[in-house]
Design a protein around this ligand. Sequence first.
Ligand SMILES: Cc1cc2nc3c(=O)[nH]c(=O)nc-3n(C[C@H](O)[C@H](O)[C@H](O)COP(=O)(O)OP(=O)(O)OC[C@H]3O[C@@H](n4cnc5c(N)ncnc54)[C@H](O)[C@@H]3O)c2cc1C
Length: 332
Amino acid sequence: MTKSNLDEVVDLAVVGAGASGLTAADVCQASGQTVRLFDKGRGPGGRLSTRRAGSLRFDHGARSLSVKGPGAEAALSKWIREGLVEKWTPQERGPDADFSGWVGKPGMNAPIKHAAGLHRVCFGSRVAALRQDLGHWIVMGEEEAPLCRARRVLVAIPAPQATELLDGTGFQHQARVAAVEFDPIWVAMFQGPHPAAVGFETVASQGPVFAVIDAQGSKPGRPSDPAWVAQASVPWSRAHLEDSPEVIEADLRSELERIFNQAVSGPIQVHRWRYARCSNPVGEEALVDEALGLACCGDWCLGDTVGDAIQSGLAAGRWLTDLSAESSPASP
Ligand SMILES: Cc1cc2nc3c(=O)[nH]c(=O)nc-3n(C[C@H](O)[C@H](O)[C@H](O)COP(=O)(O)OP(=O)(O)OC[C@H]3O[C@@H](n4cnc5c(N)ncnc54)[C@H](O)[C@@H]3O)c2cc1C
């Protein structure tokens, strides 16, 4: 974007095009507001992400959609009707095995990808600062590049990242955002044995290292190749937070070989979610500063699930819509 983009003033700039930011954008756009979204990721998903490696696909963020609350349940029903989400009932190892959950189809990011297609989203745009100028917000990218001029800004990113971005803005809830903590999760993606050969498609907590290991091909709408995603437990991830990817790969490989009882010979990609799941949510749907025209939303306002992100995005969207109506010139 060039400086001339600042000639246009949009009603709302949203930082973060995950489930919460896009939900809020839907509400605001439906009420007639002009909305722009900025996301540092290369593509849609946020923590509901799907990664490709050759012909394999890995849901390396959320493994399923936990949804509670009327607004989030309505969103889930809509996604099911639109064919973006389907029930997944994998064959589980263990005596009390009865897990089933909702998953995006053909990847976890399907609903986010669909929602992003209805908006103007700039991917690959990390927002580095928020400045005020002549009664508007200037959304700044990296290297001091101005991205957009907006009447209001919604910050829809994990709280620790929001804390940095909001620093110096005078946001009245800054201390509450700064108090929110997240647990990390290391994730391993690899080509393993075929599920039929090991007799299960998902396995939960087999010792201290892993929380869950899922065969990707057992999810609806995926090819039946032997792609697996293993999520390390939170305590293990925390203890190994700063280890190098090479060390993590070696540690996780030996544990996977123990669980599968056979060698995992191919490469194992690892990904660290430094801010995976919120451990002490705020307990309020969204945080808003009416005087500044600045708000925050995200799963961490209410909990640590996709449903919490949607509920929070809906609340933020409604508040921003009310504020927009209040500040609009009265109709003749
Ligand atoms: C490993 C893992 C397992 C999970 N398991 C489950 C589960 O089983 N069930 C469940 O319901 N939930 C689960 N979750 C949580 C779920 O993924 C989140 O609750 C939900 O996706 C949060 O949505 P959000 O919009 O609040 O945040 P996010 O999805 O994090 O979206 C924020 C977006 O902001 C962008 N961003 C960040 N900083 C900036 C910046 N400065 N400038 C521009 N863009 C920025 C990011 O790229 C991202 O796209 C899991 C998460 C992880 C990581």
